[in-house]
Design a protein around this ligand. Sequence first.
Ligand code: ASP
Ligand code: MG
Length: 441
Amino acid sequence: MIVMKFGGSSVANAERIKHVASIIKAYKDKKPVVVLSAMGDTTDNLLDAADKAVAGTVDIAGVAKLHEDTAAELGIDIGTIKDLLDELKTLLTGISMLKEISRRSRDYLVSFGERMSVRMMAAYLQSENISAKFYDAWDIGFISDSNYMSAELLDEVWENIPQHLNSYKNGTDVAIPIVTGFIAKDKKGNITTLGRGGSDLTATMIGAAMNAEEVQTWKDVDGILTTDPRIVKEARTVPEVTYEEAQELAMFGSQVLHPRSMVPVRKSGTPVRVKNSYNIESNGTLIVETHSGKVPPVCAITSVKHVAIVDIVSNRMLGACGFLAHIFNNFLKWNISIDVIATSEVSVSCTVNGNENLDGLLEDLGKACDVSVRRNKAIVTVICDAAHSSAILASGFEALADEGINVQMISQGASKVNISVIVDDDESDRTVRVLHKAYFD
Ligand code: ASP
Ligand code: MG
């Protein structure tokens, strides 16, 4: 058994759905379980529709047209889609009357995207004489907590999924399961979502629980690349990365996988492969526990723009032990997450998302520390083998110095696979290019 996950752009229109169907068909003998995202930008469009409804207008014309036209073009019965669109319209009408929306209702609302796409794919495969069956994720045991918009799956999912999919695995049921990514239900029966991009997690969870041969996530590029090809056109495929490296890549700006999606497969040791739907023959990138051959010193470079650095210096009213506790408690109080951090005994520099409102945090920290903020910065992260960090730092910094790029902060993550440097936003792309050249040319 394998799991095949296709994201929104892979199922964005009828032509792409047909293409995905042909890929599923090609892997039929591997017993695929298919996980799908919502079509194209449907999730964003549903969230926009929610905002409009709060403002008093019900408008699902765009979402309805895309799904109705696609169903018509695929030549499938449009009844089930129509039912969901009616339900969606009723929900939006309710929101427009209340003029407010809870996190719970927002999850219910965005769930329609995935629910429509699996119904279309299953119907289309059937029309092509391939036995397939759609499932809303809760039908195969996806139970989560009630932290709407960013729900965590409960441990019982590990046992639930096999109960529903074992008959397919052992061949008593032959219909290919087409499962909604991204969504689950809580114990009260309310629909939840796993956070944006959460379909990756749905796929890896199924793969891990079913002990699948492989989880494939299908993209429009040849797997994980050494960096963003929009910044460096020579970027090339990384043949193999570890779960840990993939997780760091996801957290530091690579759009390739949902950061939490590595959690279940790290537990089970299930390999994940990032594949290109436009180049089926290519091996893409394999994600595994440990490198099979020699560990490459540098695996990839990522960047995140629009960050701010908060510099905090103790004014010595706090004891050495209480200083960090004081700082972190205030970040917790204001619910502001720190990405990169560098410390000494009396000073700390932390990066945060540049869009955060820092007023309350700065006021609180300012009571016992001198605090300042540097804005318009970028984090450039080198995912690498920390066993070689001296050599990596030496060659990287030499290249940056040669190009006159000033690094304002540096941090080597505790994960041993990440070295991050902070530079000015407008130097970020150049930093990536200089480092890419130093490490990969
Ligand atoms: N459709 C959801 C999103 O756009 C989930 C996903 O694509 O993985 O975030
Ligand atoms: Mg999407």
